[in-house]
Design a protein around this ligand. Structure first.
Ligand code: SDX
Length: 428
C-alpha cells in the first residue's frame, strides 16, 4: 500500500481512496468503496484505465516494449527456454530444476490423448468449417468427458484440469486440421517432445514415416513461447470473468477461444497474412497505408497497433528474426515477407503511425512463418489458442486462489428510457 491516498470530492464531500503499489508498473487507486461513498460508478469502456485484478504472472511496459513472464524477459525465454519450461514457469512461478521439468513434461505427455468418443464431435462439422469453430465446440465439450476435474474448489482437480488442457490442445488442434483436409487423425506419441508431437499429429500421414524437422520444431516452440501469456488481454479477461462464476475450466477456456477468434485480437494473425497477400507487391503498399489512415475507411493495418504497446511489441522483434531464419533454412522465398518488411518500414516513417504509436504486434510476422511451415491461414488463430492455453489456465488458477476474487459484475451508465407504462397494441 502506498503511503498516500487519492482524494475525490463529489457533491462537496471529500473522500480518500487508497493508492496501491505493485512491485513494478503503474500504481492503482482502490475504488471499491466509490459507489458506497458517492452513489457513482467509474466509467471506462474498454477498460483503458482499469486494473481488473492483482496478478504476478506477466508484466508489460508498453512504453518501453518490455514483456516479462514471472520476471523473465520474453527475449531471453524465446532464445534460451522451451515452451514446456515456460508452461512450468507460468503455472508454478519459478523455473524448474531439470528433474522438475522432466516430471512436468512426462505428466503433460501422458495427458495428450483425448477420449476416443471425442472424435465423433468432429464428424458433426462440415469439412470446410473454420477450425476455430471446431475448437470452440470440442474444447467446451471436454467438460462432458472429464467430470473428475471440474470441481474448481479442489486444487488437485484444478491441477489435473490445467494439465489436461495444456496437453490436449495440440491433439485437438491437429485433429481440427486433419478433419479439414480429409486425412485420418494421428494419435500422439509419448517419445516425442510437446511441439514435435504436435507437428507429427498435424503433418504426418499413415502412408509414410514422418520425422519432424528440427528447424521447424524450434521455430514452432519459439512461436508457442511468444504467445503463452499476455497480462489481462481480452481473451484472458474472458476466461477470468467466466471462471469468476465458478464455471468449469473447460468451459472457461472455450470462452477464451471464442474471444480470441476476433480479428481485433487473436484473429489478427490470419487477417494480417490475408492483408499482406492482398497487397501482394511492394508498389501497392501506399494504397493500403492511405486506406488505413482514412477515417471513412474501416480498413486497418492488421498486425499493427496495440492497446498496451506504444513501442515495438518485443514479440514482433523475435518473430521477425524467426521468420528470416526459418525462410532461409527452409529455402522459402515468400514475397509476402518482403511486403511485410517494406510495409513496416513505410508505416514507421509515416506521421500517422508515429503519432498514434502504432507498431507491428505479435500477429504481424507470425503468419509468414506459419505459412512457410505449411499451415493454412485458418489454422493461425488455432495455434495462438493452443499456445495461450497455458496463460489462460495460469490466470484462471491465480484468480480462483485470489482471496479478493468475487464474481465479475460490472455496472453501466444507463441511457435508455425512464419508466413508462405498457400500451396495448390497439392503442399504439
Ligand atoms: C493481440 O491485448 C493484448 O495483449 C492482445 C495480444 C495478446 O497477446 O493477447 O497482444 C494479441 O490481440 C494483438 C493485437 C492484434 N490486433 C490487430 O493487429 C488488429 C489491428 N489493430 C487494432 O485494431 C488496434 O490497434 C487494437 C485493437 C489492437 C488496439 O486498439 P485500441 O487500443 O482500442 O486503440 P484504438 O482502436 O482506439 O486506436 C487508437 C487510434 C485510432 O485512431 P483515432 O480514433 O485515435 O483517430 O489508432 C488507430 C485508430 O483508428 N489505429 C489504427 C490501427 N490500430 C489503431 N489505424 C490503422 N491501423 C491500425 N492497425
Amino acid at each position: 500500500m502506498s503511503d498516500n491516498n487519492a482524494n475525490l470530492t463529489v457533491g462537496g464531500e471529500s473522500k480518500d481512496y487508497a493508492i496501491m503499489d505493485g512491485t513494478v508498473g503503474p500504481q492503482v487507486i482502490d475504488v471499491r468503496k466509490l459507489y458506497a461513498n458517492t452513489g457513482m460508478f467509474t466509467y471506462d469502456p474498454g477498460f483503458t484505465s482499469t486494473a481488473s485484478c492483482e496478478s504476478g504472472l506477466t508484466y508489460i511496459d508498453g512504453d518501453e516494449g518490455i514483456l516479462l513472464h514471472r520476471g523473465y524477459p520474453i527475449g531471453q525465454l524465446a532464445e534460451q527456454s522451451s515452451f514446456m519450461e515456460v508452461c512450468y514457469l507460468l503455472l508454478n512461478g519459478e523455473l524448474p530444476s531439470a528433474k522438475e521439468l522432466a516430471e512436468f513434461t512426462t505428466t503433460i505427455t501422458r495427458h495428450t490423448m483425448v477420449h476416443e468418443q471425442l472424435t465423433t464431435f468432429y464428424r458433426g462439422f462440415r469439412r470446410d468449417a473454420h477450425p476455430m469453430a471446431i475448437m470452440c465446440g470440442v474444447v467446451g465439450a471436454l467438460s462432458a468427458f472429464y467430470h473428475d476435474s471440474t470441481d474448481i474448489n479442489d486444487p488437485a482437480q484444478r491441477t489435473i484440469a490445467s494439465h489436461r488442457l495444456i496437453a490436449k490442445m495440440p491433439t485437438i488442434a491437429a485433429m481440427a486440421y486433419k478433419y479439414s483436409v480429409g486425412q485420418p487423425f494421428v494419435y500422439p506419441r509419448n517419445d516425442l517432445s510437446y511441439t514435435a508431437n504436435f507437428l507429427r499429429m498435424t503433418f504426418s500421414v499413415p502412408a509414410e514415416e514422418y520425422e519432424p524437422d528440427p528447424v521447424i520444431v524450434d521455430a514452432m516452440d519459439k512461436i508457442f513461447i511468444l504467445h503463452a501469456d499476455h497480462e489481462q488481454n481480452a481473451s484472458t479477461s474472458t476466461v477470468r470473468l467466466a471462471g469468476s462464476s465458478g464455471a468449469n475450466p473447460f468451459a472457461c477456456i472455450a470462452a477464451g477461444i471464442a474471444c480470441l477468434w476476433g480479428p481485433a485480437h487473436g484473429g489478427a494473425n490470419e487477417a494480417a497474412l490475408n492483408m499482406l497477400r492482398e497487397i501482394g507487391t511492394v508498389d501497392r503498399i501506399p494504397e493500403y497505408i492511405a486506406r488505413a489512415k482514412n477515417k471513412d475507411d474501416p480498413f486497418r493495418l492488421m498486425g499493427f497497433g496495440h492497446r498496451v504497446y506504444k513501442n515495438y511489441d518485443p514479440r514482433a522483434t523475435v518473430m521477425q528474426k524467426t521468420a528470416k531464419d526459418v525462410l532461409e533454412k527452409l529455402g522459402v522465398n515468400d514475397p509476402v515477407f518482403d511486403v511485410a518488411k517494406e510495409l513496416e518500414k513505410i508505416a514507421l516513417n509515416d506521421p500517422y503511425f508515429v503519432e498514434k504509436k502504432l507498431y507491428p504486434n505479435v500477429d504481424f510476422y507470425s503468419g509468414v512463418i506459419l505459412s512457410a511451415i505449411g499451415f493454412p491461414t485458418e489454422m493461425f488463430t488455432v495455434l495462438f489458442a493452443l499456445a495461450r492455453t497455458v496463460g489462460w489456465v495460469a490466470q484462471w488458477n491465480e484468480m480462483i486462489s485470489d482471496p479478493a476474487q468475487k464474481i465479475g459484475r460490472p455496472r453501466q451508465l444507463y441511457t435508455g428510457p425512464t419508466q413508462r407504462d405498457y400500451v396495448p397494441v390497439d392503442k399504439r
